[in-house]
Design a binder for this molecule. Structure first.
Ligand code: ATP
Length: 416
């Protein structure tokens, strides 16, 4: 059976992955066989999200009715029901409903009625608390079938430490990264000298390490020195897979969806007050603003190298009429040519201008030429993918370390 839960936390307290892990422990102690836990990221632009729009699914063997009672009990005991925007959902289904609903929830915006229709169709046991919205994410989680997936080990705090500053040995994260990258990623952001895998919010997560397999995340975790941890759990996840991107849509884009778009740079990048950089992208005869916000740090340097006519593919969310860039592939750079006086064919010296519209003259032998020399200016930008740094990365966005092997094998090491 599959168990889905969502919308159990608030900005002040709790985390759905923590409740999922607590549920797995409780099921195991009731003799259920808990095979795997899934951390499923959904549409990252959803306005109701607390943090990263995550839902959790558990793949379990045992009695569904009992599992449902246990799951509801854990959620009722642990979820932050007092928070205005917390609306938990619990789902237990023997069969996995069609994956299409997951695809919609990760890319689009869905209604509660759609989730209930799926659950009824699957003969699932389900319970929506308060306005029941959490059933959307909980249903999507049990529908998900991850063709592409990664792993994350989440290490949780002991209850007595909650609310206190996290005690973490910064250097140990850099060691963990050095020993396991590129099999793990987004543990630290070397260019910005930051540990990025530990939250600063008051939730129970101490830190989480992302990577390509359970082995690599567990190996990296072993390097980390910190306050004594509570329990920990490895999740199989759609993080780092770009599951949210709608590839090559038509001309009209919808707010709060994320896209992969190809087009031509239509205006030179401009830096706005606050350090935000933008350029216009033209596709299907329509121009769209592409934003690299200040938190994307060094990525903005790359964006500033674009010039009109460059051909690019951009990935990002469409919000308030702009694409918020997550990464960008430079497909082809346009040629920039400069004119300069030609070299004199007789004395081999560079000529000088003879005045506007009068061509060029040689100061030594006085010969003349009307033809300028055309030289191509070399561009600092090469066709390749460029991405926002780890400190600005969305959970679901695919880091280039995963993409690069396929698309840019010559580039090798990371952008650091
Ligand atoms: P955390 O990551 O800390 O668990 P969160 O960021 O996942 O928190 P939730 O508290 O789960 O945020 O809130 C997201 C809410 O939005 C849930 O009720 C979920 O069912 C709903 N939701 C998620 N995706 C969609 C979607 N595509 N369309 C409509 N509702 C959605």
């Amino acid at each position: 059976m599959l168990i889905g839960i969502d919308d159990t936390d608030s900005p002040l307290r709790m985390c759905t992955t923590y409740i999922g892990t607590a549920l797995a422990r409780e099921l195991r102690s009731a003799s259920f066989y808990v095979k795997r836990l899934f951390l499923i990221r959904l549409n990252p632009n959803i306005p109701y999200k607390t943090r990263g729009n995550a839902a959790v699914a558990l793949d379990v063997e045992g009695d569904p009715e009992l599992a449902f009672r246990i799951a509801c009990g854990v959620v009722e005991r642990m979820a932050d029901f007092e928070a205005e925007n917390t609306h938990p959902g619990v789902v237990v289904t023997k069969e996995r409903p069609p994956a299409e609903f997951y695809e919609r929830v990760v890319k689009d915006i869905c209604e509660l009625g759609e989730a209930i229709e799926i659950l009824e169709g699957a003969g699932a046991l389900y319970k929506g608390y308060k306005n029941g919205r959490g059933l959307i994410g909980a249903t999507a989680a049990v529908c998900s079938q991850l063709e592409d997936h990664t792993f994350e080990i989440l290490v949780y705090r002991k209850e007595e430490n909650l609310g206190t500053p996290r005690r973490l040995d910064r250097g140990s994260f850099f060691l963990a990264d050095a020993a396991t990258y590129p099999h793990t990623w987004d543990t630290v952001d070397r260019a910005n000298d930051l540990v990025v895998c530990a939250p600063h919010t008051p939730d129970p997560v101490l830190f989480g390490i992302r990577g390509e397999s359970p082995f690599w995340v567990a190996y990296a975790r072993a390097f980390v020195q910190s306050e004594e941890a509570g329990f920990e759990q490895i999740f199989c996840t759609n993080q780092g897979t770009d599951a949210h991107l709608i590839d090559s849509p038509g001309a009209v884009l919808q707010e709060n969806r994320s896209y992969l778009l190809e087009g031509l740079v239509a205006s030179a990048p401009k830096t706005e007050p606050g350090g935000h950089v933008w350029f216009a992208l033209k596709r299907h005869g329509i121009t769209i603003r592409c934003m690299a916000y200040e938190p994307t740090k060094n990525f903005r340097e790359i964006v500033r190298l674009l010039i009109p006519g460059d051909s690019v593919k951009v990935a990002g969310s469409f919000k308030k009429g702009s694409i918020n860039l997550e990464k960008m592939k430079v497909l082809a750079v346009s040629r920039v040519c400069q004119m300069r006086p030609p070299v004199c064919a007789i004395c081999n010296r560079r000529m000088t201008s003879a005045g506007k519209g009068k061509g060029y003259k040689c100061r030594t032998c006085r010969s003349r030429s009307m033809e300028a020399e055309i030289v191509e200016v070399s561009r600092k930008l090469e066709p390749c993918w460029k991405e926002t740094p780890p400190c600005a990365r969305r959970h679901i966005a695919m880091p280039l370390v995963r993409l690069r092997e396929v698309e840019c094998p010559s580039e090798g090491a990371r952008d650091r």
